[in-house]
Design a protein around this ligand. Structure first.
Ligand code: FAQ
Length: 333
């Protein structure tokens, strides 16, 4: 710039105001703090990328493995209406897994590697899907409690700082809300039914309550990633905050059903406006995470079999893509 002999420094020479972020990490954090969405081609710290790939891929695996406990009941749904709703729900979970793998791919992860890590047992997926579905009431309990917990955890993820994940979560949450209602409706029908049906509903609540609370992850004091993920606005609330919200929302729903939450320490605290609840058995959570839950082996075997049985579909799709590309090249030549 022409400066008529004045000693004017260029923009890059001039010292930035004290509160202007300087390095790439600081500029990145400033964008996050200003609620800007981070997009795939934007600069991001390696740790941010790694954290997202870890969380999004675990989330994707959970959706895919999460199809198994309910898929187990599609052929045994008590009416055609229930069967159609369950079929749609399980199919939705498969779709969620696919959006989420795509979101992880925008960060440079390879889907083949991610799936490989699931099948080898290296990658985690939600602890909740390692419990069995013993009766039809379990399908009600999964929709009500597991999807209910998933919504509580995932609605804040619609405001995650990473654009592709946040956008995928908007659609996923809409569908989860239908899933939660279909589950609650099953529980309502059972709890208004015969004594045997009421007992079945209560038994399902007894078995799914504590694992649902564990879904939110370790307590804040034990959560390795929460503090950093909250600074990066990947997570908006801590594990314990979301768990408390879930308990506060769900206990009145159980009361409406006339069912008893299996926690003798559960009590409403007038002073705080929240329910106090008993201690979670974290040793059970750790066992399940280590691969020793009631259905861990069965779930991985089912996924490995699905992968092997689907080999011909992948091969056919690749052959078709190669053929189309060769034809397009020939036409262009
Ligand atoms: N199970 O430091 P934090 C669904 C791991 S989808 C297994 O607190 P973070 C829909 C955690 O990965 C359900 N592992 O970790 C549906 C970490 O291990 P790492 C899935 C768990 O990431 C319904 C270690 O413990 N939802 O239900 C669990 O900050 C019905 C330390 O924990 C999502 O994935 C667990 N429960 O917070 C489908 C939502 N909790 O990686 C079918 C997105 C923690 O260091 C039917 N994810 N761990 O080896 C999240 O919000 C977070 O990742 C948390 C964990 C909250 C799950």
């Amino acid at each position: 710039m022409y400066t008529q002999g004045l000693d004017v420094k260029s923009d890059s020479d001039r010292a930035p105001p004290a509160d202007t972020p300087t390095g790439p990490e600081e500029r990145f954090q400033a964008r996050v703090d200003a609620e800007e969405k981070i997009e795939p081609r934007d600069w991001m710290p390696d740790g941010y990328r790694r954290t997202l790939i870890r969380q999004i891929s675990q989330h994707a695996h959970s959706e895919i493995v999460g199809m198994l406990p309910e898929g187990n009941w599609i052929t045994r749904a008590p009416t055609l209406r229930r069967k159609v709703a369950l079929l749609a729900k399980v199919q939705d979970e498969g779709g969620h897994g696919l959006y989420l793998y795509s979101a992880a791919e925008t960060l440079g992860a390879s889907r083949g590697d991610l799936v490989g890590d699931l099948l080898s047992g290296k990658a985690k997926y939600s602890s909740i899907f390692n419990y069995p579905t013993l009766t039809w009431a379990d399908i009600g309990a999964i929709g009500w409690l597991v999807d209910g917990a998933a919504i509580m955890n995932q609605v804040p993820l619609c405001r995650c700082s990473y654009g592709p994940y946040a956008r995928a979560m908007v659609r996923i949450c809409r569908e989860e809300s239908f899933h939660q209602r279909q589950g609650y409706e099953i529980m309502l029908a059972l709890s208004r039914g015969t004594d045997a049906q009421k007992r079945m509903a209560q038994d399902a609540l007894n078995r799914w309550w504590w694992p649902s609370l564990m879904m939110f992850g370790p307590s804040d004091a034990q959560s390795a990633h929460s503090a950093q993920s909250m600074r990066w606005k990947i997570k908006r609330f801590s594990n314990d905050e979301l768990r408390q919200r879930f308990v506060d929302a769900t206990v009145p729903q159980a009361e409406f059903l006339g069912l008893t939450v299996p926690d003798p320490d559960l009590a409403f605290d007038e002073a705080t406006g929240h329910y106090r609840f008993g201690a979670i058995d974290w040793s059970e959570f750790e066992r399940v995470l280590k691969g020793d839950g009631p259905c861990n082996r069965e779930r991985l075997e089912a996924r490995r079999k699905a992968w092997d049985d689907g080999a011909w579909v992948r091969e056919a799709a690749l052959a078709h893509a190669r053929k189309k590309e060769a034809r397009a090249q020939a036409a262009a030549a």
